[in-house]
Design a protein around this ligand. Structure first.
Ligand code: MV4
Length: 498
């Protein structure tokens, strides 16, 4: 706590840059850390000072908490921002940072621990009137009792690992006869993956939406919610598209969910920025799932609709300032959508497709924000998450935001690696997404690799345009490269000209 003069960002790529930009704006000196693979990365050049942590592998670089703390002590660095991933949700690291007298820009080790365990999280929030999925909030020890509960709530049920989260360690049980065998598998998986075999049982919510609430809590007991993000468009628990606000929340439901999220924070003594995840079912009943005790990848959509800088708020809270606004001061302004641009091949089961960014041109113009960590000519390293960029748009309403996102995707030129841009373009044009009528099954339900080639159909409809196109091509020949949106870039432009 106390004024921060020099901040180390224990992360890389876009989020490291994102955090350092705000730090510079508020007059804080910035320190980068990097691995040998990131020697020439933009986040290293951008910082006032930079230190190499070690070889490329995360375990030998970005995960070396003790080395990072030692650097802080040696170089008069008074705070650490962990970003997301890496050390961001490691309670032991947060504790050691605090014990070394360094400010951790995030929640306390205690609330991380309490909420990291799903059973203790459920037990913690249930006294605060937070709706929970029907089921047990204790580890199953008596299998007969667990079966009785499962029969009461009705099949299918879900067995979840208490130490799991983010979709890890879940098993669906369709009928009573499978209960024991699925339970045995769940326990052994949980022991193997987390070193903790505790599992519990919940009603299976079949077609949920994933709606999460951004919260901000200071060290003086003030907690506010910064509204919701709709994150149902995901693939194997990896979000691909996020938006704010959700097109299905009424004002009343938004307030209910927001207040439930605030109660989750109060229950665990939460401080700093956090995200409370809920499942929202078809009847629009909502259930608390977990709290993510970090700044999230998708935080920009919340920044766009609230006008706040979440990193600035995080730093101010960590310095001990009270929040400078109340719940009543907050309003939703317009609509924001984010798509994640990964170096993955959507035509090939989203396999990582790392390589050199031979061409890299960002879209520009009103209401467009690109958070990225690479430049043209750079290699995307194989060692880390293959996200290249986040493309965020903001507009007056959802329809305008959608149109703006389509324009921005079309203007984004990436050559050299396959990316998820074409997939995102497909989602933006899909009737279910456009209407807002979708859930977490969207990708499995609607996406096939063939969805990436709509220009075949478009071409037939655009016979009239072919002549114009010929003229265009003759007067200014276009290279016939395939851009990352999965379509020949010349076709892409032709479709837009017509
Ligand atoms: C569930 C569920 C259905 N019923 N719990 C996946 C991530 C983890 N945070 C919890 N998850 C789920 N929990 C009950 N009782 C369905 C999911 C789920 C899911 C949740 C949010 C976003 C995407 C998802 C994809 C598959 C399953």
């Amino acid at each position: 706590m106390g004024h921060i003069k020099k901040l180390l960002v224990a992360n890389r790529a876009e989020i490291a840059l994102r955090i350092m930009r705000t730090a510079k704006e508020i007059g804080i000196e910035t320190v980068a850390v990097y691995s040998e693979a990131d020697r020439n990365a933009p986040h290293v050049h951008y910082a006032d000072q930079a230190f190499c942590l070690g070889p490329a592998a995360s375990a030998q670089s970005y995960l070396l908490g003790d080395k990072i703390i030692a650097l802080c002590l040696e170089h008069q660095i008074d705070a650490i921002h962990p970003g997301y991933g890496f050390l961001s949700e490691n309670a032991d690291f947060a504790r050691k940072v605090a014990q070394a007298g360094i400010t951790f820009v995030g929640p306390s080790a205690e609330s991380m621990e309490l909420m990291g365990d799903k059973l203790s999280a459920k037990q913690t929030v249930k006294q605060y009137d937070v709706p929970l999925v029907p089921g047990l909030d204790e580890a199953i020890t008596d299998i007969e009792l667990a079966k009785k509960v499962a029969n009461e709530i009705g099949f299918p049920v879900l067995i979840k690992a208490s130490a799991g989260g983010g979709g890890k360690g879940m098993r669906i049980v369709e009928e009573a006869s499978e209960f024991e065998s699925q339970m045995a598998r769940a326990v052994s998986e949980a022991e193997k993956s987390f070193g903790n075999g505790a599992v519990f049982v919940e009603k299976f919510v079949g077609s949920p939406r994933h709606v999460e609430i951004q919260v901000l809590a200071d060290h003086h007991g003030n907690v506010v919610y910064l509204f919701e993000r709709e994150c149902s468009i995901q693939r194997r628990h990896q979000k691909v598209i996020e938006e704010a606000p959700s097109s299905v929340l009424s004002e009343a439901l938004r307030k209910q969910m927001g207040e439930a999220a605030v109660n989750v924070c109060k229950a665990c003594g939460y401080q700093n920025a956090g995200t409370v995840e809920f499942l929202l079912d078809e009847k629009h009943d909502f259930y608390f799932l977990e709290i993510n005790t970090r700044l999230q990848v998708e935080h920009p959509v919340t920044e766009m609709i609230t006008g706040l800088d979440l990193v600035r708020e995080q730093i101010r809270v960590a310095e001990g300032h009270p929040l400078s606004f109340r719940q009543e001061d907050l309003r939703i302004h317009g609509h924001a959508i984010e798509v994640r641009v990964y170096a993955e091949d959507p035509a090939n089961n989203f396999l990582p497709n790392v390589g050199k960014l031979a061409v890299y041109r960002r879209p520009q113009g009103p209401g467009i924000r690109v958070d990225d960590g690479y430049e043209e000519g750079m290699d995307i390293p194989i060692y880390y998450d293959p996200m290249i960029a986040k493309l965020i748009v903001h507009a007056q309403d959802r329809e305008c935001a959608l149109a703006r996102m389509i324009r921005a995707i079309d203007d984004f030129e990436i050559v050299g690696v396959e990316t998820t841009l074409g997939f995102c373009r497909f989602v933006m044009g899909h009737e279910a997404f456009v209407s807002g009528n979708f859930d977490t099954h969207f990708v499995n339900q609607y996406f096939q690799p063939a969805s990436l080639q709509p220009e075949l159909a478009a071409e037939e409809r655009l016979i009239a345009g072919t002549l114009t196109d010929k003229v265009l091509q003759e007067s200014s020949p276009q290279p016939s490269v395939t851009s990352s949106n999965g379509r020949p870039s010349s076709n892409w432009k032709r479709n837009r000209i017509n």
